[in-house]
Design a protein around this ligand. Sequence first.
Ligand code: UT7
Length: 331
Amino acid sequence: MKKPKPLVEIAGTGRFLPDNVVTNEDLAKSLNTSDEWIRSRTGIRERRIAPDDMGAADLGTGAARKAMRSAGVEPGEIDVLIVATATPDRLLPSTACDIQARLGASNAVAFDLVAACSGFIYGLTLAEGYLTAGRGEVALVVSAEKMSSIVDWEDRSTCVLFGDGGGAAVVRPAGGSGRGILSSHLRSDGNLSELLVRPAGGALHPMSHAALDEKTHLVRMKGREVFKHAVRNMAEACDHALQAAGLTPDDVDLLIPHQANMRIIESTAKHAGIDMDRVYVNVERYGNMSSATIPIAIDEALEKRLIVPGSNVLLVAFGAGLTWGAMALRW
Ligand code: UT7
C-alpha cells in the first residue's frame, strides 16, 4: 500500500493534571454508587478534580507551556493557537484568547473549537490545514477540560465518569523524514445532538432561575445510546484512517482511543483488529477528560517510550455532537 507523505508533524507535547485525586470510594460517601459498579461498568478507579480557583485556561496553559518547552518553541513563534474545550471559562471571549494572553503568544491568532471529546483530533486536523495553506509555521493545539464544572454532582449516571485535565501539542511543517500526520478522518452527526447535551446556558435557553432549579445547564447523557454509537463509529473511523494512511491493523504500534469507558476501548480495539497490548489505557486513573484524554495519553506514552521514533500511532475519539474521528501518525 502506498503511504501518504505527511505535511505536518507533532514537535512537542505536554500535559497538566490537577493534584486532587478523587476515588470511587470518595464519591460513594455522598452518592448512591459503589467502587464495584463504577469499576465494572467503566474501568474508572479515580479521577483528578480541579480546585474552584483553577479553570480551563489554567489547565490548558500548564499543558501548553510543557509542550512548547519540549518542542523548543518560544511564545512569540506561535502563529495559530487552537483550544479544544467543552468547558470554556467564560462564554465570551474564548478560552483560547485567555491562554494566548497567559502564554504571551502575541503573534498568534487564537480561537476555541467545540467538538467535545473529538476536539483534539479536530484541532490537529485544523492545524494541518492552516500550516499547509502557508498561513504560518507553528501551531499550538490545546485541550483544556474542567468537566467537574459542568456535571451534576447528584446524578450518579454521569458525574462518576468525568475528570479534569489539560493536554497540548506543538505542530510544525513536516521535516521530510516521513514522520507526521498520515491521515485524518473526521465526522459529525447533529441529528444525534440530544444524546449528550447541556440544554441551558446558551442563546436559546439563557441562564435563568428555572435552569438552575432544573439543572438544565449541566450535562445530560443517554449513556446506553452514546455507548452504541461510540463503538460503531470509532471502529469505522479507525478503518477509514488506516486505509487512507496505507496501513493495516498489524502496522499499528499504539492505538490511543478516547478514554471514556474500558468496555468501549476494548470493543474499539477488537473491531480495529488491534490486540489490547498495543492499546494505551489510562481511564482507570483519570476518567473521561473529554478532548484532553488523547493529548494526555500521547504525552504519557512518549514518556513511557511506548511511542518512539518510527512508531505508527492511531488516535480515535468520539463525543457530543455527535462528533467522531481517527488519525494515523508516524512518529
Ligand atoms: O466521551 C463520550 C461520552 N460518554 C460515553 O462514552 C458514555 C457511554 N456510555 C457508558 O459508558 C455507559 O452507558 C455508562 C457507564 C454511562 C452506564 O453503563 P450501563 O451499563 O449502560 O448502565 P445503565 O445506564 O443501563 O444503568 C444500569 C443501572 C441502572 O439501574 P437500574 O435502572 O437497572 O435499576 C442505573 O440507575 O445502573 C444504575 N446506575 C448506577 N448504579 C450505581 C447508573 N449509574 C450508576 C452509578 N452507580 N454511578
